[in-house]
Design a protein around this ligand. Structure first.
Ligand code: GLY
Length: 342
């Protein structure tokens, strides 16, 4: 189906895959052999932007980045790794890749500096950790995990998060490590066209690239991790949805694991990630319908979510033209796409 025909009316697209229970009916991948432990993983490299307008080189770089992170996650799951370890490792790989808007390659704020947000959540225990506006850690997602495991808090920000992180032996880097030519160029363009219109500032090209991963491991545990540089030209001190548990990231074994990408303010207003879970919990709504309904409450072009439940159902839902993502499961399914279509 022509993507335009589908996205123009509502700019809403859904991919739903019943991984463990009805995979053969979709004729994708193979049925897991009896006795095989089952798993599912979905990752995203951000919503927004129009892949048709990118160079083939850039499209390929994004596909390669998603593929590399996805394959590492699959390998870990095949070895029986826990969901929480997998989501952290996959997001670390994407934080290292300058093609994404997370850690190295993060977008720049209005002052031309980077401020990084991340969160991680364990669906088995509801333990979670997050950091906001950090600047010197190569892997903000690992700092978020340290907040979860080494403090009695959920969210640390700015200088406090930096100070805490330095006591944890995590790898740090100079500002130049995070800054890429592409982002500096984008920032210059943003600066030269800087508009006072909020609509202009929230155009899709200003926010694509957040990364996220949701996993159902072989023990049916769920976890979610999300990391971002936020929005291009964001105000100094602005915090988006990615480190806000329930808004841009959520995991609960009883419902689902969700990672969001898009205009963080819209996700915070609607508590989108937790809203997907709430529709499942209270409305007994299946994962795909829950994700579609939650994303359906967002303004057009605001972004999307990836989600997985404890049966291994996987969902990609967005109301933007582009949303780089990949998904795989124990039946042999594997796909990497820049939009829902390809
Ligand atoms: N969704 C990323 C942000 O708004 O910061």
């Amino acid at each position: 189906m022509n993507l335009e025909n589908r996205v123009i009316p509502r700019l809403l697209c859904t991919l739903s895959i019943c991984a463990f229970t009805c995979f053969s009916s979709l004729a994708m991948g193979q049925e897991p052999a009896e006795g095989d432990a089952m798993f599912a993983i979905v990752i995203h490299g951000g919503a927004g932007g129009n892949p048709a307008e990118w160079t083939e080189e850039y499209r390929e770089a994004r596909r390669a980045g998603i593929g590399k992170a996805l394959d590492r996650g699959v390998k870990m799951l095949q070895s029986g790794a826990l969901a929480l370890d997998v989501v952290e490792e996959v997001v670390r790989i994407m934080e290292d890749d300058p093609v994404f808007n997370a850690a190295r390659g993060a977008v720049l704020n209005e002052q031309g500096e980077h401020e990084l947000d991340a969160s991680i959540m364990d669906g088995k225990t509801l333990a979670c950790g997050a950091v906001a506006s950090v600047r010197s850690f190569k892997h903000p997602i690992s700092l978020a995990r340290k907040v979860m495991t080494e403090t009695r808090h959920v969210l640390l920000m700015g200088d406090g998060a930096e100070k805490f992180g330095k006591t944890q032996g995590l790898e740090t880097a100079d500002p130049s490590y995070f800054r890429t030519e592409r982002r500096v160029e984008q920032w210059r363009r943003w600066k030269s066209k800087q508009s006072t219109s909020m609509h202009e500032q929230n155009k899709p090209e200003s926010y694509f690239g957040t990364v996220g991963c949701v996993v159902c491991d072989t023990q049916r545990n769920l976890a979610a991790a999300t990391s971002t540089g936020g929005l291009m030209g964001k105000r100094w001190g602005r915090v988006g949805d990615s480190p806000i548990v329930g808004a841009g990231n959520y995991a609960d074994n009883g419902t689902c694991a969700v990672s969001g990408t898009g205009i963080g303010e819209e996700f915070i207003r609607r508590n989108i990630a937790a809203d997907v879970a709430a529709r499942m919990r209270y409305g007994h709504t299946p994962l795909s319908d829950s994700a579609e309904q939650s994303v359906g409450t967002l303004p057009e072009n605001a972004g999307g979510v990836i989600a997985v439940d404890a049966k291994g159902n996987m969902v990609i839902e967005c109301n933007t033209v582009g949303m780089s993502h990949g998904f795989a499961d124990s039946s042999g399914t594997r796909a990497v796409r820049l939009t829902r279509e390809k």
